[in-house]
Design a protein around this ligand. Structure first.
Ligand code: NAD
Ligand code: MG
Length: 404
């Protein structure tokens, strides 16, 4: 594509959002012509950062999810010709504005309505918000196919798979790599006493809070496995998870003839973001460090310890069942992570909560329901949140006993 690319960034104040703006800034400064123009930026709570971004990048629209912060944003931008609105409905609305690519970078299932709205409106998506694909993969794929809209994976692993994906029918398996997170070498005993502060310190990636905890529990890999099944239409047993602590080889696709094609690069989200924003081109330079294989000298790979980290097996179970099971797993995990971050449960409780909620969901009346529209998906979300809330109450009363 030649000329200016118009993009929107939903979740611009987050880790992915700020990395994307760094890509935009670099490309615009390096090129004699404008490479990217921003149509819309949205943020959740951080009005100060959203205002700063709006003043620098001069989008046409800005939305703050928190309605209490509308006035603050409006006042701070009143000298600029920027439309300011607030609330989650407003985010859905701006997601429908036509752009060349929309980066879906809100965290959690809260990103689903706007991702869906963007695809319905015919916008091509750079998808970072993996929970959207986990909860609504078949629906998103169907609408994207109807509207002939591309969904370009932006998660580093799926972006890697996408880059090396040739003919789907020639694929033997996908190799999904995992850094192993901050507790790769910790014992199960040590995991009992993990605090949010320690869990948030990831050895390779600097990310938002929720995905950092997911990386520590390996639910991030479980969600990514489900995401890969939906994105590439493969059963879970054709996706192998391999631990690769250096996070240099971002994932690979193995073909019937024995060839394995992998994508590599330093662990910096700006590479997959730049690829997803500009695909099918890759002309824009990024400010990321270049890979030096000699300096690196060695890449390590090892098997995942499924006993210590049950998240991937639980995710395999959920995607095998399909329908609402991945939604239940995702929402139980979101609830458990929030509870862990606020001290309501321990680190090991997260996978126990997900396992128990999934089991209760699968034995309940909603497990057979189809998830063919947003309403049905949100109903399953509500049920999973109810089951998670009830379990958290049980955890509260049993906490003392179980950690003793
Ligand atoms: P983050 O918490 O840093 O940022 C999330 C963004 O969404 C922020 O702008 C926040 O204000 C906004 N937001 C949060 N809740 C919202 C709500 N209810 N309504 C509207 N806006 C809301 O998260 P992140 O690390 O940037 O991750 C974003 C998504 O990208 C996640 O789905 C994550 O799994 C995925 N992802 C992130 C990384 C990474 O390196 N950070 C890598 C791969 C995939
Ligand atoms: Mg990833």
């Amino acid at each position: 594509m030649n000329g200016v690319r118009t993009i929107s960034i939903l979740g611009s104040t987050g880790s992915i959002g700020t990395s994307a703006l760094s890509v935009v800034e670099h490309a615009n400064v390096q090129s004699p012509d404008t490479v990217f123009e921003i149509d819309t930026l949205t943020g959740g709570q951080n009005a100060e950062l959203l205002i700063k971004q709006a003043r620098q990048f001069k989008p046409k629209c800005v939305v703050i999810a928190d309605p209490d912060k509308r006035e603050q944003v409006q006042d701070a931008l009143s000298d600029l010709n920027i439309e300011v609105s607030a609330g989650t409905d407003a985010i859905e609305e701006v997601a429908r504005r036509p752009v060349d690519r929309l980066l879906a970078a809100i965290v959690g299932i809260s990103g689903l309505p706007s991702t869906l709205a963007a695809v319905e409106a015919g916008n091509s998506i750079a998808l970072a918000n993996k929970e959207s694909m986990v909860c609504a993969g078949p629906l998103l794929n169907r609408i994207a196919a109807d509207r002939e809209v591309a969904i370009v994976p932006t998660d580093s692993e799926h972006n890697a798979m996408f880059q090396v994906m040739e003919r789907r029918e020639d694929v033997e398996r996908i190799i999904l790599t995992a850094s192993g997170g901050p507790f790769r070498t910790a014992s199960r005993e040590e995991l009992k006493t993990v605090t949010p502060r320690r869990a948030l310190a990831h050895p390779r990636w600097d990310m938002g809070q929720k995905i950092s905890i997911d990386s520590a529990t390996l639910f991030n890999k479980g969600l990514e496995l489900i995401e890969a099944c939906y994105l590439f239409d493969l059963p879970e047993d054709q996706i192998e998870v391999v631990v690769h602590p250096q996070s240099i080889l971002h994932s690979a696709v193995a073909y019937r003839d024995g060839s394995v094609l992998a994508q590599m690069g330093v662990p910096d989200m700006r590479t997959p973001i730049a690829h997803a924003l500009t695909w099918p081109d890759r002309r824009e330079p990024t400010p990321v460090d270049r890979l030096d294989l000699v300096a690196l000298s060695q890449l390590d790979f090892e098997a995942l310890d499924a006993k210590k980290f049950p998240a991937v097996d639980l995710s395999r179970q959920a995607i095998r069942v399909g329908k609402g099971a991945p939604i239940a797993l995702n929402c139980a995990n979101e609830g458990a992570v929030a509870a862990f971050l606020t001290g309501q449960c321990g680190f090991l409780d997260i996978s126990w909560i997900v396992e128990t909620v999934l089991e209760r969901f699968l034995n309940g009346p909603m497990s057979c329901e189809d998830c063919e529209n947003l309403e049905a998906i949100l109903a399953i979300q509500a049920e999973a949140e109810r089951l998670t809330g009830a379990l958290l109450d049980e955890v509260k009363s049993q906490k003392q006993e179980r950690t003793a």
